[in-house]
Design a protein around this ligand. Structure first.
Ligand code: CTP
Ligand code: ZN
Length: 151
């Protein structure tokens, strides 16, 4: 088995098949290091799996709520979430783009209420999933490049 570049974990969550190069953005969106600075996290980037290049994020001793992880579908639409218990994959699920995206993507319209001093979090509504199209809930502007607008 020359595939495993990172050690298996005993318990926790493995986010696999992340679009190559996006592992750090995934971590940022999850906000794990802010919420739990002592999280044990390993990252592999641009490793070659059975289906080509991918990034992987492994979080030990934390079973992430799949709903919470769905936020990363914006930048890693093919990612899978694997819950690991005692070295076994006990649950595997693909990420799903949530219906509403709150506080993750910034609106590109400088006059949008979400970009003023008002305490309004940016919010987007999903118009289509494939291809992914979202529009600002407030001003209806559609981001051209979603990943560059991630907060
Ligand atoms: N994994 C891990 N620690 C474990 C078990 C699995 O880090 N104790 C990781 C594997 O390295 C892999 C992911 O969790 O990146 C999913 O494991 P598994 O389902 O066994 O791998 P595949 O069959 O290759 O998954 P898929 O079909 O989703 O590609
Ligand atoms: Zn807007």
């Amino acid at each position: 088995m020359k595939e495993l570049k990172v050690q298996p974990i005993k318990d926790g969550t493995v986010i696999d098949h992340i679009t190559p190069g996006n592992a750090l953005k995934v971590l940022k969106i999850l906000g794990l290091l802010e919420k739990q600075p002592d999280s044990i996290i390993s990252i592999a980037m641009n490793v070659v799996g059975k289906r080509g290049k991918k990034d992987i994020v492994k979080i030990e001793n934390r079973e992430l709520d799949p709903k919470e992880v769905d936020k990363i579908a914006l930048i890693a639409p093919n990612a899978t979430i694997n819950i690991i218990r005692n070295y076994e994959v006990v649950e595997k699920r693909k990420v799903k783009v949530p219906d509403e995206i709150v506080g993750i993507v910034k609106c590109a319209n400088p006059n949008c209420i979400s970009n003023t001093k008002e305490p309004v979090q940016p919010k987007f509504i999903v118009k289509s999933r494939n291809p992914l199209k979202i529009k600002c809930y407030y001003c209806e502007k559609e981001p051209e490049d979603i990943s560059s607008q991630i907060i």
